[in-house]
Design a protein around this ligand. Sequence first.
Ligand SMILES: NC(=O)c1ccc[n+]([C@@H]2O[C@H](COP(=O)([O-])OP(=O)(O)OC[C@H]3O[C@@H](n4cnc5c(N)ncnc54)[C@H](O)[C@@H]3O)[C@@H](O)[C@H]2O)c1
Length: 278
Amino acid sequence: MEKAITVLVGAGSIGLAIIRRVSAGRHIVLADNSVENAQRAAKTLEDAGFECSVIPCDLGFKEDILRLVEFATSKGEVVNMVNAAGVSPSQAPVEEILRVDLYGTSVLLEEFGKVIAQGGSGVIISSQSGHRLPALPQEQNDALATTPVDELLELPFLTEINDTLKAYQYSKRCNVLRVMMEATRWGRRGATINSISPGIIITPLANDELHGPRKDGYLKMIEGMPARRAGTPDEVGDLAEFLMSSRGRFISGADLLIDGGCTASYWYGDLQYLKSTH
Ligand SMILES: NC(=O)c1ccc[n+]([C@@H]2O[C@H](COP(=O)([O-])OP(=O)(O)OC[C@H]3O[C@@H](n4cnc5c(N)ncnc54)[C@H](O)[C@@H]3O)[C@@H](O)[C@H]2O)c1
């Protein structure tokens, strides 16, 4: 008998916390450009009773996404799709951030929107970073939301970007806008799609930062947040599980900020000093 399929793109800390909450009794397809990461994740999941398969996939390339869709649908009906793959401003140059985080996520939304099961749902991991970009002109919002995917990277205001933080912020803003537009298409299949914008979440990379040379800056930022602590992948997982559960059916096209109040503090509280650098 065919099993229901859950797809995870980006088998890192946040993605795994989400996928294990929604995949009992289902088959998980793990897609990552690091086969090593995906295989390690598969072993952990299999040791916890989940059934998985792994496919190499670079989110920045449409061919890889089309191959992933074909692979996943050959195994069964895709009931959940989660995108937790991404590159951060300190990990990649401008072109790669835009290609993976902005373009790739847009292609993924479009392609899974064509095959998602009736009543299915998806979650895209965006970032609080997108909430630090001031409001964009309506024409730019519309362009990010609706430009055909293959023309997205040619938008003049994107080609002008020359720093990685800005590239990341525009990408994450685009994710949120694209999710709104796609929610109208996914809805025709009775499916929902939302984004989650996490703040500082402890993952191996964030943990390194917290103990590395930039430790003091991080600790100061955490002290200035209402929650006065970083978040955990499990807290993002709980929110994503809710969005993809029967209780979340009235939520679609939304972006949920989960950042311990960091964005509030950035605009109106103790973290306003970050405005000149972040
Ligand atoms: N950790 C945080 O504090 C934080 C905060 C806000 C947003 N985010 C976002 O959450 C998402 C996941 O982050 P994480 O902290 O779990 O990171 P992570 O490094 O633990 O996981 C990311 C995974 O994505 C994979 N990946 C990277 N580039 C890829 C590509 N081109 N194609 C396919 N897979 C790729 C990596 O191999 C890795 O397995 C990212 O989009 C990140 O921007 C993280």
